[in-house]
Design a binder for this molecule. Structure first.
Ligand code: ZN
Length: 220
């Protein structure tokens, strides 16, 4: 089988002090560490906001990080991504705050929003609710030392599987890892990754993200 082709996209608002080369570059580095991938970077400043027909046709999976600019993607480009997922079977992995983007909403058919958030830099306990799922292979429950909390309800259709959830000692929980099949494509929501913490440099997160991207690319 060919190498998995991944387009790692960012809106570039992550702080340079935490992600000097961007979250999208940290994602590529993580994937290369654990898998045989061909990973390219794309961002919102590129022509066609980094989402040319050629680059989407090339990609088996798009990994997406947006936060404050998630609603600024041109409608035709959102439609282009959705069509590559539903018609061509391209995978899509939405990271963390990408849940408030128009592309995630278009894929979900709902708002995709959480019900609020609180950033008090507390530990998220990642608990595998589907330990037999291929995404959970080689993983054990682990902690992310500093995180932002998202609140349920999370306005998404019923996931095909919630592979892992996040739990906080203050009582909150969130469906932090959700699988969907939309048309011919697989979509994964990956909650870890608040941009002010070095979450994508944590070894367990890097391994888990790789499993998710391989699943979205139908390699697991
Ligand atoms: Zn955040």
């Amino acid at each position: 089988m060919d190498r998995l082709k991944v387009l790692s996209w960012s809106e570039l608002t992550e702080p340079a002090g935490v992600y000097p080369a961007g979250i999208h570059a940290a994602v590529c580095e993580a994937l290369r560490e654990h898998s045989d991938v061909d990973c390219r970077l794309a961002d919102i400043t590129m022509p066609e906001q980094g989402l040319s027909e050629e680059s989407l046709a090339w990609a088996d999976v798009v990994v997406w990080f947006s936060h404050v600019h998630g609603s600024e993607i041109h409608d035709d480009l959102v439609a282009r991504i959705v069509s590559h997922v539903t018609e061509q079977g391209m995978g899509f992995v939405a990271l963390h705050s990408s849940l408030i983007s128009t592309v995630f909403a278009a894929l979900m058919g709902t708002t995709g929003w959480h019900s609020g958030w609180r950033d008090d830099a507390t530990t998220e306990h990642i608990h595998f609710t589907a330990p037999e799922h291929p995404i959970a292979e080689g993983m054990k429950d682990f902690d992310i030392p500093q995180t932002e909390i998202f609140f349920e309800p999370f306005d998404i259709p019923e996931p095909e599987e919630v592979v892992f959830e996040g739990r906080w000692d203050t009582g909150e929980w969130f469906r932090s890892g959700c699988c969907f099949t939309i048309g011919k494509g697989r979509v994964f929501y990956f909650r870890p990754g608040h941009e002010t913490y070095p979450i994508f440099f944590q070894p367990e997160v890097r391994r888990l993200l790789t499993n998710c991207v391989e699943w979205a690319g139908k390699r697991r």
